[in-house]
Design a binder for this molecule. Structure first.
Ligand SMILES: Nc1ncnc2c1ncn2[C@@H]1O[C@H](COP(=O)(O)OP(=O)(O)O)[C@@H](O)[C@H]1O
Ligand SMILES: O=C(O)C[C@@H](O)[C@H](O)C(=O)COP(=O)(O)O
Length: 338
């Protein structure tokens, strides 16, 4: 069943709004951040990773962002150009704001953490004037990354993009993407997350992220209650992720579909969410059955947690399919589905 109607005439598949940043992942991992001495640089930022992921899967992405007016701004923009992402709406900051830097710590395969440098941050300078209807009308869907709601002027820019998307019948995807940095308090998180969730067609988040979103409405909901509530406000698909336990997609016809991670030797515990989102959304654009969307998402997530990078390790469709086939051969057809 197709839960979403995409206008196939529009040239861009997904337009994303949010941060483009830089990750520094330790090459001498399984040590503390203090002990690690050598880091590899990658383009990062959850929505940037998703854009790269979707591009590698063959979809055309555009991006609303502000980046620093320096060599790192050049670096991320050139990287996007090389990946085939449209950078016509990526603008430079005018007052010296800097790109976000994320240093990661990989202590063991399931103990990772991230340390973000986000003061005077470029991505939150996205302005209402950067958002134009003509561009949004070129996209089959718009993705809002929740961190863009943390402060003005990016907050208003994101809300303007959602308003235009609604008016132009552009489906809205909301990746809640909670990062504690830059938020002032939990009330603001709940207010702005719930405002965008109520206008979204697809919502993706962890249980913790839905708890933050629902804090002023009704704390302590179950996953099923969460799904029913947002579907009552128009969501067609509500995806709730539980890390290594797997994830469930609740669809507006009252069904739910669950998937588990594909078995893999993990290297780190971050990056899975972005691999998952890009491959799951790819399946939606292709009009696949929900279980097939989840399977591709979960398999891509497994490949990402087994990789050193995030953006740089986003797989092609062929690579994910080969991985799924290999797992089914080794563990049986129902691997991840049972
Ligand atoms: N150790 C792991 N092995 C395999 N897959 C994993 C592992 N940890 C997470 N994943 C996959 O990554 C997905 C997203 O992870 P999760 O922690 O829920 O979100 P996020 O990365 O956005 O915080 C999970 O639904 C799962 O498919
Ligand atoms: O989102 C960021 O700004 C940092 C990411 O690039 C980072 O690599 C990461 O944490 C990925 O997160 P996840 O996919 O949500 O686990």
């Amino acid at each position: 069943m197709n839960y979403l109607q995409f206008d196939r005439e529009r040239p861009l598949d997904l337009i994303l709004l949010g941060r483009v940043a830089i990750d520094f992942n330790p090459l001498d991992y399984f040590k503390t951040l203090a002990q690690s001495e050598t880091f590899k640089k990658y383009v990062g930022g959850s929505p940037a990773n998703i854009a790269v992921g979707l591009s590698r899967l063959g979809k055309k992405c555009g991006f609303f962002a502000r980046v620093s007016d320096d060599r790192f701004g050049d670096y991320v923009t050139e990287y996007f150009d090389n990946e085939g992402i449209d950078t016509s709406r990526i603008r430079r900051c005018e007052n010296g704001e800097k790109l976000g830097l994320t240093f990661t710590e990989i202590l063991s395969e399931n103990e990772s953490s991230i340390l973000m440098y986000r003061n005077d941050i470029a991505d939150l300078q996205l302005d209402v004037q950067d958002i134009d209807e003509a561009y949004i009308k070129q996209g089959k869907a718009l993705l809002i990354s929740g961190t863009a709601l943390a402060a003005s002027p990016s907050r208003e820019a994101a809300l303007k993009a959602v308003a235009i998307a609604k008016r132009t019948h552009t489906p809205v995807f909301f990746d809640i993407d909670y990062r504690p940095y830059n938020w002032k308090n939990s009330d603001e998180i709940a207010i702005y997350y719930s405002m965008v969730a109520a206008q979204s067609d697809v919502i993706l988040g962890s249980r913790e992220e839905y708890d933050l979103t629902e804090a002023l409405i009704e704390p302590g909901r179950t996953d099923a209650q969460t799904a029913v509530y947002w579907q009552g406000r128009g969501a067609k698909i509500v995806v709730i992720k539980h890390g290594k336990q797997g994830s469930t997609a609740y669809t507006c016809d009252g069904n739910s579909y669950s998937i588990k991670p594909f078995p893999v030797k993990a290297l780190k515990s971050f990056g899975g969410g972005d691999g998952y989102a890009s491959a799951f959304l790819y399946g939606l654009f292709e009009g696949w059955e929900m279980m097939d969307c989840l399977e591709l998402g979960s398999a891509s997530a497994s490949l990402l947690v087994a990789s050193h990078g995030c953006s740089a390790d986003m797989p092609s469709v062929e690579k994910v399919r080969a991985f799924i086939a290999q797992c089914k051969k080794e563990y049986g057809e129902m691997v991840a589905r049972s």
